[in-house]
Design a protein around this ligand. Structure first.
Ligand SMILES: C[S@@+](CC[C@H](N)C(=O)[O-])C[C@H]1O[C@@H](n2cnc3c(N)ncnc32)[C@H](O)[C@@H]1O
Length: 260
């Protein structure tokens, strides 16, 4: 399945800038795990860092705390996300409205290219080629994205209702590693962890997806084409997966690091 069109993804994220932080529990956890993978391997400290797909600026804040001397550029193609980062990120962070598939930066600009939970919305090969282009020789790359185990429970529930796909076709980790190598990157290292969040009910789960803007496929709202009976069937199918903590939603998190 191809990605939803870029205008739609951008517009959906742009609408979510104000609600993003309150719902971004998984996103903060993944940033922390990505930074932990990078920490040990990043010497000398990066002087110029790009946060590619910065959202509201949480990652830029973490990167600043880890490398206070670094000049950080935070880029997002949704103008309201970039504007929120401009307000919230540490002083000195430069913000750009930019597409990470076609970056407005010169070759060999950055020592660290960082991107958390954004590449799943992009063409990975294009993004990685751009990352390799803007990285300096020996620069580091760190990205997190989602694998195809993500929202397994939601897919199971939708399968009881219709045959359409309602979640992204998440990149397989191996394909991503191949794309990194094809872009000319070395020392490609992969890690994969399943994180499971719990929600009180399906409405709360889909509301959280919508609040961060990840609903461009329609999974974050009661899908417009879905009638009441189908909605009830979906909710009932999801209920069958309830455990002691509530309704589970799995995120198959892929962490990739590499060097130019
Ligand atoms: C789930 S958010 C993650 C934000 C942030 N990295 C974090 O960890 O909180 C994904 C972000 O990627 C941005 N995005 C998606 N595709 C993009 C692209 N091609 N170029 C730039 N930004 C993009 C969206 O606008 C959104 O702000």
């Amino acid at each position: 399945m191809s990605l939803p069109d870029k205008q739609r993804i951008r517009a959906t994220f742009a609408r979510a800038a104000a609600s993003y932080d309150a719902a971004a529990v998984l996103q903060r956890e993944v940033c922390a795990r990505l930074l932990a993978r990078l920490d040990a391997a990043t010497e000398p400290p990066p002087a110029h860092i790009l946060d590619a797909g910065c959202g509201t600026g949480y990652g830029a804040g973490l990167l600043h705390a880890r490398w206070p001397q670094a000049a950080i550029v935070a880029a997002d193609f949704a103008a309201t996300m970039a504007a929120t980062t401009r307000r919230q990120a540490p002083a000195g962070t430069a913000c750009a409205v930019a597409d990470i598939e076609a970056l407005p930066f010169a070759d060999a600009t950055f020592d660290l290219w960082w991107s958390s939970l954004t590449v799943q919305w992009c063409d990975a090969a294009t993004v990685l080629a751009e990352a390799a282009r803007v990285l300096r020789g020996d620069g580091r790359l760190a990205l997190s994205t989602l694998g195809d185990g993500t929202f397994a429970e939601l897919r199971t529930a939708f399968a009881a209702v219709d045959r359409h796909r309602h979640t992204l076709d998440f990149a397989a980790a191996e394909r991503l590693a191949e794309a990194a190598t094809a872009a000319g990157l070395h020392d490609v290292a992969l890690a994969r962890e399943t994180l499971t969040l719990h929600y009180p009910d399906l409405k709360a789960l889909l509301g959280a997806v919508k609040a961060i803007g990840a609903n461009a496929l329609g999974a974050g709202r009661r899908p417009g084409m879905m009638g009441k009976a189908a909605w009830q069937a979906l909710a009932a199918a999801y209920e069958r997966q309830r455990d002691a903590d509530g309704l589970p939603a799995s995120y198959d998190v892929i962490l990739l690091t590499a060097r130019k």
